[in-house]
Design a protein around this ligand. Structure first.
Ligand code: THU
Length: 132
């Protein structure tokens, strides 16, 4: 896990930026690109609840907005303030299956527990552009 300490700590810092007045549940994310750059995201909620953006989507969208693509991504950390070790929501999994490689490390932490997974494990048998 020590090799992911850089993205985990940046994700925890990003979590402090969460705008979550409705759920009070704070999430942070950090993507590291292979050229050594970091892109952070936090969840940003809305009074019209469905317009909420999750932390990991905000982070990966920044990566793509800067012109990077899936092959440029080294790893992503996603951290939360909850009692459980939360995994990405279904909507985020669908986004990540398109925007990450199948085996890109997805590092999860809530300080008490940590694990490394990938989108193939989180969203097997997914619907993708290969099906169109
Ligand atoms: N949330 C994330 O940011 N990422 C996830 O994968 C799960 C949920 C946010 C959305 C909302 O602001 C809060 O956590 C509670 O659902």
């Amino acid at each position: 896990m020590e090799k992911y300490r850089d993205i985990l700590e940046r994700a925890f810092s990003a979590m402090d930026n969460a705008y979550a007045p409705y759920s009070n549940y704070h999430v942070g994310a950090c993507v590291k690109t292979k050229d050594g750059k970091y892109f952070i995201g936090a969840n940003v909620e809305n009074a019209s609840y469905g317009l909420t953006n999750c932390a990991e989507r905000n982070a990966i969208f920044q990566v793509y907005s800067q012109g990077y693509r899936k092959e440029d991504v080294e790893a992503i950390a996603i951290v939360s303030s909850g009692k459980t070790l939360a995994t990405p929501c279904g909507a985020c999994r669908q986004v990540l299956v398109e925007l990450l490689n199948r085996d890109t490390p997805i590092v999860l932490s809530n300080r008490e527990r940590e694990m490394v997974t990938n989108i193939e494990e989180l969203l097997p048998m997914s619907f993708t552009s290969d099906d169109l």
